[in-house]
Design a protein around this ligand. Structure first.
Ligand SMILES: [Zn+2]
Length: 233
């Protein structure tokens, strides 16, 4: 079992019962009532509870009188004593496994929040751009460039920006770095988009979510083809 609860009863007070008779040896004046306060520990939380229990011991015959055998007098003494007992203040102490668990839950909660906000924002960026592409919109892409029908010459992971829009043609420009692989911060300022320029169809972006170069030298199979990963307004 993963969680084990350990109860301990801490003695807090001893009260001699001078006028009570032992049910076992019938002698009077030798009974002691001991009050205990319950402490619990489940490995995560150590709790000092406010629960008080009692036991009665006879010093004459060394036996314990079980609670079910207590007389009404003894019950009344116990009830009164319980109210006055010098108990330790009830408290909870959070142990390190609990704190660790809380930290892990906290980190998970923050991550979920961060990713949902991030995905919400990038989704709304994407919707706006697809609805109405504008000069300055940027796309994080994986591109391949084909300069002959036999092979792809280059490929990489970078950004492109809409430099100009002429009717249904988007004039796209590459970021200065044609292969962003490091985690170094990428400065998406306009002046950093000084790479190759190519034409793409506004309609392909809007309906197919593609930014492909359209006929380079009149050939549909040549030029840049890309997969869009992120949209930025
Ligand atoms: Zn006794």
């Amino acid at each position: 079992m993963f969680i084990t609860i350990i109860n301990t009863y801490q003695p807090i007070q001893e009260i001699p019962l001078k006028n009570q008779q032992c049910l076992n040896c019938k002698k009077s004046g030798n009974l002691i009532m001991i009050l205990y306060q319950l402490h619990t520990n489940n490995g995560f939380i150590y709790k000092v509870s406010k629960k008080v229990t009692g036991a009665i011991h006879c010093e004459s015959c060394s036996t314990d009188i079980p609670a079910i055998k207590w007389t009404n007098d003894i019950e009344a003494i116990f009830t009164a004593a319980k109210k006055q007992a010098p108990i330790e203040k009830p408290t909870k102490i959070y142990k390190w496994p609990f704190k660790f668990l809380m930290i892990v839950i906290g980190i998970i909660a923050i991550s979920i929040l961060y990713f949902s906000v991030d995905s919400y924002l990038s989704n709304s960026n994407k919707k706006n751009i697809l609805k109405n592409p504008k000069v300055g919109n940027m796309f994080n892409i994986h591109y391949m460039e084909r300069t002959s029908l036999q092979k792809y010459n280059t490929q990489g992971f970078t950004w492109v920006r809409i430099k100009e829009i002429k009717k249904d043609t988007l004039i796209m420009q590459f970021y200065k770095d044609l292969n962003i692989t490091s985690k170094a911060s990428v400065d998406l300022s306009e002046h950093n988009f000084n790479g190759s320029i190519f034409n793409a169809k506004k309609n392909s972006l809007q309906t197919e979510e593609k930014i492909d170069e359209f006929p380079r030298n009149g050939n549909d199979y040549l030029g840049f083809q890309s997969t869009i990963y992120k949209y930025k307004e």
